[in-house]
Design a binder for this molecule. Sequence first.
Ligand code: AMP
Ligand code: ZN
Ligand code: FE
Ligand code: FE
Length: 286
Amino acid sequence: MRIDLHAHTTASDGTTLPSELATEAVAAGVDVVAITDHDTTAGWHEAAEALPAGLSLVRGAELSCRIDDTSIHVLAYLFDPDDAGLQERFAAVRASRDTRGRRMVELLQADGYDVSWDAVAAVATGTIGRPHVAQAMVEAGVIAVREEAFSQDWIGTGGRYWAGKQEMDAVEAVRAVTAAGGVTVFAHPAASKRGEVVDDSAIVALAAAGLTGLEVDHTDHSPEERAHLRGLAADLGLVVTGSSDYHGERKAVRLGEHTTAPDQLAEIVGLATGVPLLGPATALLR
Ligand code: AMP
Ligand code: ZN
Ligand code: FE
Ligand code: FE
């Protein structure tokens, strides 16, 4: 069974429609795919509606969080999408993402760059993120390729035209997702190339708050980082996942490029009480 627990759609900064995720997953030889858009559940319904008989779907989200003054991402799976506390937090983060997007555009305009908020909004159909600003910068001829935008010269974290956004406190986020019947996994905990890495002590604190797993096999992790995280997961009794963090055409990684072992998914599914895993894997994992 090929299990990929992290994929974005047009509900955030992916380029695949939620309704197309299933087709792409099947084409990539994936048996279980998770929809994990940034700070939203907007794609869940469409993705579930389009599910073919042979594919299983884990409904989830990737939460913008903060711990020890560092921005991190927490994957949340199978939580109740109608949980008011959680949706309120998501909405607050999305509103802040709009504000900070506009701020970055203003900073660029103040230096004479011809990037408009309309151009950013035109490429975003869901949760707005820096990839949308980066795309508008490319279209305006400010930079040649989107990756350039993420340097300190532009909108990389702490960069010249970067603006921060409101994020959930990571410990509170883990507790809120758990309260909504969901399960949490620390996304790409060692993605050092983004300049946002936390000490192991943060992982220990999150585990104490109820974190279930660590996303170990991720394209941004080196073999050494994976080995370290695997050891830490073993020490703390955490589940280990692997996933592509698929963004369609916005990232080079393929769906199913990294995968999660069935027994690890079984642990996640076994802990969740919010919504069920959809599809045939439900029976196979028991
Ligand atoms: P945001 O959540 O708006 O701060 O934007 C973060 C998103 O930008 C991530 O989910 C990635 O999709 C993308 N991203 C972050 N760092 C990079 C990078 N160095 N190169 C390309 N894309 C990146
Ligand atoms: Zn993203
Ligand atoms: Fe992420
Ligand atoms: Fe992601």
